[in-house]
Design a protein around this ligand. Sequence first.
Ligand code: NAD
Ligand code: WQD
Length: 342
Amino acid sequence: MNTSKKILVTGGAGYIGSHTVVELISAGFEPVIVDNLSASDTTLLEGIEKITGKKPNFHKGDCRDKSFLNQVFKTQGPIQCVMHFAASKAVGESVEKPLEYHQNNLGSLMTVLDAMRENQVTDFIFSSSCTVYGQPDTIPVTESAPFKRAESPYGATKQICERILEDVYPTGFRIVSLRYFNPIGAHPSALMGELPIGIPNNLVPYVTQTAAGVRKKLTVFGNDYNTPDGSCVRDFIHVVDLALVHVKALEYLLRDKHNRLYDVFNVGTGKGVSVLELVNTFIRTTGVKLPFVIGPRRPGDIEKVYADPSRANEALNWQAKYSLEDALKHAWAWEQKIRKAG
Ligand code: NAD
Ligand code: WQD
């Protein structure tokens, strides 16, 4: 029986992967990080060390490089489970570089699965996204909602990856796909958080950079949607809650004795929050000025989406515990920290 505590975390130098590494360590696991640093640097690895007092077991390399992966599997000894975060994730960039997105996101997934098979590792946790649903017909959205045509090549890669997982699991994999809604926030210690490259596309990094004076003003993309205040509605989930669900999904796989398994869970708070509500909550909880204007709708935006997380609540025994206020306070503390560090 594989009793190894080692968990291979691809993309572990990135935003969600690094927070998961911290929670894995505090739950007694031994993460082995693989990352090519294509969308990150060593900042969050340093954060992991400061928070846990443990030097991360980090291997720089590409998930599409099977001989590199084989070497990691061979030298690290038995691996209990692979958590696969490594992917390119910028929706706008995926429209400019669709081939690169398919190559990286599909190529990485297939090569990792192939290397797992060669090294007799069966358990796999995949970073999926609410983007697979598009604009669902019914909200809150459940896992059984049909996929709509993806709005972007990035979204298409997540739909195709899930299909690949569904196809391969009967050949001897035990797989959990986690469909994250909108991850926000930072570690409460302010030692780790999001590090967007260039001008942020996502709302919260744009908010904190504007509050820090790096950007002149925030534009709220549209106030004429069919929502209570006219702005879009999302399910914003604290990154530490997201990290914790990975530990719960791992425990779920460890409990389950089936030889084959494929399960999908929504990971959200279950609460819809509008863009304007988030902006006002940020101003109220931090007391910081946040210049903003209302602008036109952003093409491709979904009007409203939030999760029905009851499957994850029940089967994984997991519940989001941080509030929106916590997430925004933590994101702001992290922003101030990186501005101070220059
Ligand atoms: P991130 O960019 O911060 O982290 C991804 C990490 O993967 C980076 O450190 C990058 O260097 C690495 N990477 C990329 N391609 C690689 C490759 N071929 N080989 C090795 N390393 C590689 O992104 P994140 O926000 O932490 O996202 C993690 C996962 O969660 C991704 O799969 C993403 O698609 C998914 N996801 C993210 C969000 C979000 O809004 N952040 C929402 C839903 C799903
Ligand atoms: C949230 C809301 C914007 C910036 C994206 C991906 C999705 C998933 C999560 C990976 C929207 C509004 C934003 C700004 C604004 N990622 N906004 N002004 O688009 O819900 O989801 O990240 O899987 O696939 O598409 O997140 O943070 O970009 O936007 O008004 O400057 O904030 O219009 O309504 P989104 P977001």
